[in-house]
Design a protein around this ligand. Structure first.
Ligand code: IPD
Ligand code: CA
Ligand code: CA
Length: 263
């Protein structure tokens, strides 16, 4: 298992260094859909990661956001976000990361998220704790929503944004505030390292959440769907927290669902 984590850490650092180098140059932006940006950096980072993963683990499957992966029928599958925070990157806003999560059958067993701007490497392997630059990290001990700092994000397409705007508004009133920094993988790692008490998002892909959600649980936190049920990696939503404010957050989501159903 350590081989997986060491290889992933080395690859994430190499891809992060490439992103840091490209960040200082003008970016050619293209659009997958309106507001859904992609840059040369996304593609080059993914090409590098896929190349390195293939040479370390030729039999493993790889699912990369930009489509550069490989299907092998293996029980091992890497979920790769080569640049999490593309919109930030394209605008020169220095918050972005590389995220590599390894799933064995249905279980996330290793995860690495690298922030090349702060040179922060978050790592976790199942059952062995979570680390930031090799130092053990743990979630915060804050026990109430009213004393919590939270984060969320919005997908590039407008699906669910209306509901999340309402959640943003009510949770802003119930907490110390909500951040929307623009890299879901880093938001999850901020929960894991105690910088935030909770993070939720309504529409995320598996490459956004695979690595970061293991970092959260290995740091003593909890990840689930918005109702508190088991996280579905291939599903849309995620709620992560220090575990102490989890049920309170679930109650806010449930109340919002009831209010919307009443019209
Ligand atoms: C996005 C970021 C953002 C989140 C979006 C994601 P990308 O990923 O993680 O924080 O709010 O839902 O799509 O497109 O920059 O890889
Ligand atoms: Ca992403
Ligand atoms: Ca991405």
């Amino acid at each position: 298992m350590e081989t997986y984590l060491n290889a992933a850490a080395e690859i994430a650092r190499e891809a992060g260094a490439l992103l840091a180098q490209l960040f200082d140059h003008p970016h050619e932006i293209s659009y997958k859909r309106p507001s859904d940006l992609v840059t040369e950096a996304d593609r080059r980072s993914e090409a590098l990661i896929v190349d390195r993963l293939r040479s370390h683990f030729p039999k493993h499957a790889i699912v990369g956001e930009e489509g550069g992966g490989q299907q092998t029928g293996s029980d091992y599958c890497w979920y790769v976000d080569p640049l999490d925070g593309t919109t930030n990157f394209a605008h020169g806003f220095p918050v972005f990361s590389v995220s590599l999560g390894l799933v064995y059958r249905d279980e996330i067993i290793a995860g690495v998220v690298y922030d090349p701007v702060r040179e922060e490497l978050f790592t976790a392997e199942r059952g062995a704790g979570a680390y930031l630059n090799s130092k053990r990290i743990r979630v915060s001990k804050v026990g109430s929503l009213s004393e919590s700092l939270l984060a969320t994000g919005f997908p590039p397409s407008a699906d669910n944004n209306n509901l999340n705007m309402q959640l943003f508004s009510s949770l802003t009133r119930l907490s110390h505030g909500i951040r929307r920094a623009g890299s879901a993988a880093l938001d999850l790692c901020s929960v894991a390292s105690g910088r935030l008490e909770g993070f939720w998002e309504l529409k995320l892909n598996p490459w956004d959440k695979a690595a970061g959600s293991l970092v959260v649980t290995e740091a003593g936190g909890r990840v689930s769907d918005l109702a508190g049920g088991p996280l579905k990696l291939l599903g849309d939503e995620i709620l992560s927290s220090n575990s102490l404010v989890h049920d309170e957050m679930c109650r806010v989501f449930a109340e919002m669902a009831r209010a919307r159903a009443r019209g």
